[in-house]
Ligand binder design. Sequence first.
Ligand code: ATP
Length: 229
Amino acid sequence: MSLLSLENISAFYGPSQALFDVSLKIADGQVLALMGRNGMGKTTTVKVICRMLRHRDGTALFDGHDLGTLPAHRAARLGIGLVPEGRRCFTNLTVFENLIAAARPGEWDFAAVTRLFPPLAERRDQLSASLSGGEQQMLAIARALMTNPRLLILDEATEGLAPVIRQEIWAAIARLKAETGMALLVIDKSIKELSAVADTAVILEKGQSVWHGSFSTLNADVTGKYLGV
Ligand code: ATP
């Protein structure tokens, strides 16, 4: 059974329709790559899953619960963890305070997230504003993990980072896949890095899911047509 299932979702910003019949499924332990060029509806889909935007038509189920009836904080409590585009750490709080603010009981605690990202232990009492971009991204992922999610959503988590830091983030994603039963929804432009972790892919174009399938069947015709690569 799917942990997350979106079926024929439509969503609007005011009068302007951003999603048309979007469908996707993720099972426990699976990694789904949500792909598409800029402005095609990836972040909007994430907003619907996290209840930051209400969908109008279609069905959104998480662990059997109808997301359509839930406010955002309840969706988070069900086990949906978001690493938003642009990181959005609380810059006036320390690393430790950022992490504790998000914490819910479970295996992901301060010790566990700093085993995944050791620099955060060294920076424990520094204001997050003083961290490098890569460290802030680690903090954003760690903060989402501290909620002990069953589904972790990473929206452009490697965007704008130096190559060495990007590799650290990808290594952490690979560890989450190998060592936990967590489901992951990953939005990223790097097909090569995604291919190492993703089981399935959905491609959005102009707010519609135009391709879905096993990541290994994503070929050059498809990526050329829909992603321009
Ligand atoms: P990117 O990679 O650039 O973030 P995306 O695939 O995540 O792209 P979305 O941010 O979901 O795309 O945007 C989908 C469409 O919805 C775009 O046409 C965008 O202009 C529009 N849109 C996004 N946010 C809003 C908003 N707050 N109000 C109105 N329109 C919006």
